[in-house]
Design a protein around this ligand. Structure first.
Ligand code: PEP
Length: 250
């Protein structure tokens, strides 16, 4: 059975003391469940402290980004090996904000995914169509090519370390969510794509998260879809009660 996953993407929010405070209030409210993973992704400067602050809980800590090369003259960048050395085993790659504001294209994303996996880490890979693609009814094609152009270059053993996160760009930070039918039909489409490439067994064990304005008042409805294994949460992960309510909705 696939584990449920709730991941909080903190983006460029929270300094060190706010990081400590938020982790501590999440921890106070969080109840251990065998089939559940809870992941938070603070900014680079707070990752090592976050690992320490969550050492007595089952919260896992992820980075929001990673560089595509292993080391070298890349001023201001952070490598997978550096992340690993401070206890970070997961990286978010392909978030729409990185694609849009930092011009991350699919060749680069593939390099990032490959380097991260080569270092023994897991990847939360984000993708999703924008509003024009949705309106033009191209969302299935767009998502198919986003997955094929990056993830389907991986071997089976590498693909096993990927958590997929379908995030329609028009739903991120907008308060607008895809409706349950739109979510389930896309997740089912993704699972079929994976089955065609890697077989049914791997497809059935691959986690597929939904992201895009998940809040405590819509989480139950979103998570009740059979191919939704959890959520990637932005804004609502910055408030411990909202985040816990979302966790308790799955
Ligand atoms: C995100 O940034 O991945 C996200 C889903 O944000 P929000 O929940 O705020 O829409």
């Amino acid at each position: 059975m696939r584990k449920k996953i709730i991941a909080g993407n903190w983006k460029m929010n929270n300094n060190k003391s706010e990081t400590k405070q938020l982790i501590s209030s999440i921890n106070n409210l969080l109840k251990f469940r065998d089939n559940l993973r809870v992941i938070i992704a603070p900014s680079f400067t707070n990752l090592e402290s976050a690992v320490g602050y969550s050492s007595d809980s089952f919260i896992e800590v992820s980075s929001q980004n990673v560089h595509h090369k292993t080391s070298g003259a890349y001023t201001g960048e952070v490598s997978a090996a550096m992340l690993l050395s401070i206890g970070i085993n997961i990286a978010i790659i392909g978030h729409s904000e990185r694609r849009e504001y930092f011009n991350e294209d699919e060749l680069l994303l593939f390099e990032k995914v490959k380097t991260t996996l080569d270092n023994g880490m897991e990847v939360i890979f984000c993708f999703g169509e924008n509003i024009n693609e949705r309106r033009a009814n191209k969302h299935f094609d767009v998502v198919s090519s986003q997955i094929k152009n990056v993830l389907f270059k991986l071997k089976d053993s590498e693909f096993k370390k990927i958590i997929l996160a379908y995030e329609p760009v028009w739903a991120i930070g907008t308060g607008e969510t895809a409706n349950p039918t739109q979510i389930q039909e896309m997740h089912s489409h993704i699972r079929k794509l994976i089955a065609a490439k890697y077989g049914n067994k791997l497809s059935q064990s691959t986690p597929i998260l939904y992201g895009g304005s998940v809040k405590s008042n819509n989480a139950v409805e979103i998570f009740s879809n059979k191919d939704v294994d959890g959520g990637l949460i932005g804004g609502a992960s910055l408030n411990s009660e909202d985040f816990i309510n979302i966790i308790n909705s799955i």
